[in-house]
Design a protein around this ligand. Structure first.
Ligand SMILES: NC(=O)C1=CN([C@@H]2O[C@H](COP(=O)(O)OP(=O)(O)OC[C@H]3O[C@@H](n4cnc5c(N)ncnc54)[C@H](OP(=O)(O)O)[C@@H]3O)[C@@H](O)[C@H]2O)[C@@H](O)CC1
Ligand SMILES: Nc1ncnc2c1ncn2[C@@H]1O[C@H](COP(=O)(O)OP(=O)(O)O)[C@@H](O)[C@H]1O
Ligand SMILES: [K+]
Length: 491
């Protein structure tokens, strides 16, 4: 698990370390600089000619310290400072003085030499506005130069809070994030500009006390529900998947397959009669309860609801009057956790009265368009403020909102926000969302708590997608490949 900080949170932790713990700012800067030097050594065996491009804030101070260390190791280094040195931060002034005491010249112009490594330390987390003038020129110079580019903390020009490009930004080959990753390292386009990221431990800690944004990695698979040896299919939960409509059976198949692959004990699909044969053929492991759309029996629906340990409603369900009635009944009668996906969400958007402000154990999994319908906001507004929109929805209806995008957000009504980093563009294909809803359902069936099921489910879905794309390539990955590769993701 890793925390993803805002720039204010990072500044607070830096200041706490300096003022309350008593570690001098220059010590932190030296550690940051040494970490970047180590990264250069690990990445570039032949780092002899190095250009350091610094600003006048503390990110620039890091860069000057890096240049000084490399120079004292006997390498060819040119340090260029952009901006008026008279206005440097106190730490950066100190770094300039130290460098000058070692007779290291500090320039304010570039030369025509070719460098095999370029250190970008123009701006870090202190970037507050669009990049213009000499700074813009410096960033363009870095981008057109040939060497291996290492960004100190974050590529200059990327907002540490949003990942947005503030006018222009350095395209790094490697980014050394200082102390913690920030939101801007993870959200696009920032993530793409960072390229690979290493996190440098410089002795600044405490994110667990102030930060509610976090992400998972491979180690978090140890949070998976335990599998008892002394068990039977009932031990691992009964999932009711209410999915599919006339001419739409694939979504029910994908959600059910994913729930089974995730470890659920028994899956029952509740679907129109027309889907019986195809679903029995595609997934014989599932039990089917079918209904006649012309003569709908509420009794069999209510029996199925009472039977279930978890319900997933919506994939391929359609927007018919029967679909609406089914959702209404499920919302009234369910006592177990409930995942509402796809047309389930579209029905909630159309019939607003269905969702009351007092829900229990509900997870909704909207993509951008579904979220736009549900929240009545335009997609750009949502995309520009993913965390805020997901959190607002979660708080408004007291539920868990899985807002799906290339970086999916899971928000609950208690401030916690999971931000997903697994997955790839091969997953941008019809049916991927059905697989996700099945994975979350499978975890809930095994009695994992709703927020954890949603967050870990999103993570596993992405890793399964990565495994699928490694095997099939991004172009040719299908939703069913994602479901089949849950196996690899878990082992
Ligand atoms: N605290 C510590 O001891 C440690 C800090 N560390 C390092 O410090 C970095 C943070 O340093 P920082 O806070 O000084 O901000 P930084 O990113 O260098 O830039 C701010 C400068 O840029 C300016 N500016 C902003 N936007 C601008 C624009 N568009 N165009 C032009 N100017 C603009 C802004 O000026 P102002 O807004 O006041 O005009 C200010 O002068 C952090 O990322 C990490 O690398 C680590 O070593 C660990 C120890
Ligand atoms: N570029 C991408 N990177 C990572 N994940 C992606 C990307 N594109 C799509 N996904 C994931 O794939 C799923 C797509 O879901 P959705 O749009 O509901 O598909 P469908 O409705 O066709 O089943 C989401 O979980 C989303 O996060
Ligand atoms: K930088």
């Amino acid at each position: 698990m890793e925390y993803l900080l805002t720039s204010d949170q990072m500044k607070l932790l830096d200041n706490n370390t300096i003022d309350k713990i008593g570690i001098a700012s220059s010590v932190l800067m030296e550690k940051a600089a040494l970490s970047v030097v180590s990264a250069i050594d690990e990445e570039c065996a032949n780092a002899k000619n190095i250009l350091v491009v610094s600003g006048i804030g503390n990110n620039g101070g890091d860069g000057i310290a890096i240049g000084r260390i490399l120079h004292l190791q006997g390498r060819q280094v040119r340090i260029v400072v952009i901006g008026d040195r008279q206005h440097s931060s106190p730490e950066t002034k100190k770094q300039i003085e130290i460098a000058e005491k070692y007779n290291i010249k500090i320039y304010n112009t570039f030369d025509k030499n070719e460098y095999n490594v370029i250190v970008d330390s123009v701006f870090g987390i202190g970037l507050t506005r669009s990049v213009e003038g000499q700074y813009k020129k410096a960033i363009h110079f870095i981008n057109q130069a040939k060497g291996f580019k290492i960004a100190v903390d974050i590529p200059s020009g990327i907002s540490a809070d949003t990942g947005k490009i503030m006018g222009c930004a350095v395209k790094a080959d490697l980014t050394v994030a200082i102390a913690y990753k920030k939101l801007g390292h993870v959200f696009y386009p920032g993530a793409q500009y960072c390229n690979r990221i290493k996190v440098a431990d410089i002795g600044v800690y405490g994110a667990d006390e102030i930060c509610f944004n976090f992400s998972y990695n491979k180690k978090d698979l140890d949070k998976l529900p335990q599998r008892l040896n002394d068990s039977n299919k009932g031990t691992f939960g009964k999932a009711l998947i209410i999915a599919g409509s006339n001419n739409m059976s694939g979504a029910a198949y994908l959600a059910s397959l994913a729930a089974y692959k995730m470890g659920c004990g028994l899956v029952r699909i509740f679907t129109p009669l027309e889907n019986r044969e195809i679903l029995q053929t595609l997934i014989p492991e599932a039990v089917l309860t079918t209904y006649d759309t012309k003569q709908f029996s509420h009794k069999s629906l209510e029996d199925a609801i009472a039977w279930a340990d978890v319900i997933n409603i919506g994939p391929g369900l359609g927007m018919s009057d029967i679909a609406k009635q089914i959702l209404e009944t499920v919302l009234k009668k369910h006592k177990c956790p409930l995942v509402i996906d796809a047309d389930g969400i579209n029905l909630l958007a159309k019939y607003e009265q269905l969702l009351t402000k007092n829900q229990k154990n509900i997870i909704i999994t909207p993509h951008m368009k579904e979220m736009s319908r549900l929240s009545k906001r335009n997609i750009n507004d949502i995309k520009n403020n993913l965390i805020e929109n997901a959190t607002e929805m979660a708080k408004k209806y007291k539920l868990i909102c899985v807002l799906k995008d290339s970086r999916t957000i899971v928000a609950d009504y208690n401030k916690k926000v999971y931000i997903n980093q697994s997955g790839n563009n091969g997953m941008a294909k019809a049916g991927s969302g059905d697989v996700l809803s099945g994975i979350i359902t499978g975890l809930l069936a095994q009695k994992m708590k709703p927020f954890e099921s949603a967050a870990l489910g999103v993570y596993i879905h992405g890793v399964s997608g990565d495994e699928a794309s490694n095997l099939n390539g991004c172009y040719s990955t299908l939703a069913r490949d994602i479901a089949m590769n849950i196996t690899r993701a878990l082992h």
